[in-house]
Design a binder for this molecule. Structure first.
Ligand code: SF4
Length: 466
């Protein structure tokens, strides 16, 4: 799976904010590693700088210096819609009459085809769903609507997942789709009595790293407007469900462990997932180890609840990216070795419980088990901190087609045999929800097939088979 994207927006009157946006983007790097970009407003115009690559390779001191202004947005990207090349990097900029604006999008729209036709995008010329969205907003601005009004007009007809930051002439907007699939929070620079600025960000660590305090999450369907250092809010779109439908995989895998989502710290939730797994699917073993990074807190939880010692069995190379973009199955298997290397002394002759966050195609897990056996593991028992991943995602996570998902066509026993583990167990949906501490629903469509927002038949079919 590839992650969603990361967005940030900052208004801090009188203060150059490009370095703050840069630091926040580095904190959100795990959400997208294909491209990074920033747009700033300096009271005269908007400057956009973006390129393919990691945040640290896209920006340097010179480019940050040239990105002047006290209002800015930033974006880190994975391509869930459109191409992965430079033209699809964000922020997307549009000059529309006397209005210029830049937009950063985390999510994936499900009615892009309809919107593209409306925007006059010819078949085969689509850059991304975010680009189409920007074009529709630009049309409205050209008709004389303000940026805020244009957003209100356009978003009514947009379906799917979006957390947006939009920078205009002296104004910063943040908006979440009416289901709230992807996270977005509001933070403050300075004190409550004397705010020095405001921040919108995908995850709370992006606030902390720049010295901002968490204020609250943006509500599903809410439009935040920050102008003259004052925050205002309207419920632009009615929530489409009695419960927020934040992606449950933000808790399992995507979000940083130090992030807070819906009031729950992600690390603690992952720890509890491991505890629940130990109670639900105990197996006697000599060592519990996690697959770095997101499997480690769950492994600690498994060890605490089972009494089996926790240890490290895998060393992760942190410098090849959080995931690997391999063009075929063979190189994907080799990619495991490039990314993870076994600690032979901790593994040799031992019965291992290995905790991971998910199994998608199964090829990566298969290669991992083979690597542990090569390193001398006596037994390998896999425990997975999410239920079987059997359905593709249409809301901002790039997943394989349904046919490629191992759980869509195999029983747990068949999966175990394919992977080559001695035993395999997945956390139950009930235990996952209670480990997170959810008293409301999340989106769990990739685990249950219950899609909260409509997915057009054509879009669904495109992800049904290879
Ligand atoms: S389908 Fe799965 S990955 Fe996609 S938003 Fe829902 S829970 Fe998240």
């Amino acid at each position: 799976m590839k992650e969603a994207c990361g967005v940030v927006g900052i208004m801090a009157p009188g203060r150059a904010v490009s370095h703050l946006v840069y630091d926040a983007l580095v904190a959100l790097q795990h959400r997208g590693q294909e491209s990074a970009g920033m747009a700033t407003w300096d009271h005269e115009g908007i400057t956009v700088f973006k390129d393919n690559g990691l945040v640290a390779s896209v920006f340097n001191e010179q480019s940050l210096h040239s990105l002047r202004g006290d209002l800015a947005i930033g974006h880190t990207r994975y391509s869930t819609s459109g191409s992965a090349n430079w033209t699809a990097a964000q922020p997307v900029y549009r000059s529309a009459g006397r209005v210029g604006f830049a937009l950063g999008h985390n999510g994936n729209l499900t009615n892009t085809d309809v919107l593209a036709t409306r925007a006059g995008v010819l078949p085969g010329m689509l850059i991304s769903d975010s680009d189409v969205l920007a074009q529709l907003i630009a049309f409205r601005c050209e008709e004389g609507r303000t940026l805020t009004d244009a957003l209100s007009d356009v978003l009514v007809d947009v379906e799917g997942a979006y957390s947006l930051v939009i920078l205009g002439d002296g104004v910063l907007h943040g908006v979440r789709d009416p289901f709230g699939f992807r996270p977005l929070c509001l933070g403050r620079l300075g004190t409550p009595d004397a705010p020095e600025g405001w921040v919108l960000a995908s995850e709370t660590p992006a606030l902390e790293v720049i010295g901002a305090s968490f204020v609250r999450e943006v509500r599903p369907g809410e439009l935040i407007t920050i102008s003259d250092n004052v925050v205002s809010s309207v419920q632009l779109l009615s929530p489409q469900s009695s419960d927020e439908k934040l992606c449950i995989f933000e808790f399992v895998y995507f979000a940083r462990p130090d992030a807070y989502l819906m009031g729950h710290q992600v690390h603690s939730a992952r720890h509890r997932m491991g505890e629940a797994l130990a109670k639900q699917s105990f197996v006697d073993a000599d060592l519990v180890m996690g697959v770095p990074d997101s499997g480690v807190p769950a492994a600690e939880g498994f060890a605490a609840a089972s009494g089996i010692p926790f240890g490290f069995g895998l060393v992760k190379n942190r410098y090849i990216g959080r995931t690997f973009i391999a063009p075929d199955q063979i190189s994907r298997s080799k990619g495991v070795r490039r990314k993870l290397n076994p600690l032979r002394e901790n593994i040799e002759g031992r019965r291992l419980v290995v905790v991971d966050d998910s199994i998608v195609r199964g090829t990566t897990t298969q290669a991992l088990v083979a690597m542990l056996r090569d390193a001398g593991a006596k037994e390998v028992h896999l425990r997975i901190s999410s239920p079987p991943f059997a359905w593709p995602c249409f809301y901002g996570i790039d997943t394989p087609t349904r046919d490629e998902l191992l759980a869509s066509r195999h029983s747990v026993e068949e999966m175990r045999a394919f992977i080559g583990a001695d035993s395999l167990a997945f956390i139950s949906m009930e235990n996952l929800r209670s480990a997170i501490g959810l008293d409301s629903e999340c989106c769990d469509a990739c685990l249950t097939g219950n899609y909260p927002a409509p997915v057009p038949v054509g879009v669904r079919q495109a992800k049904s088979s290879t």
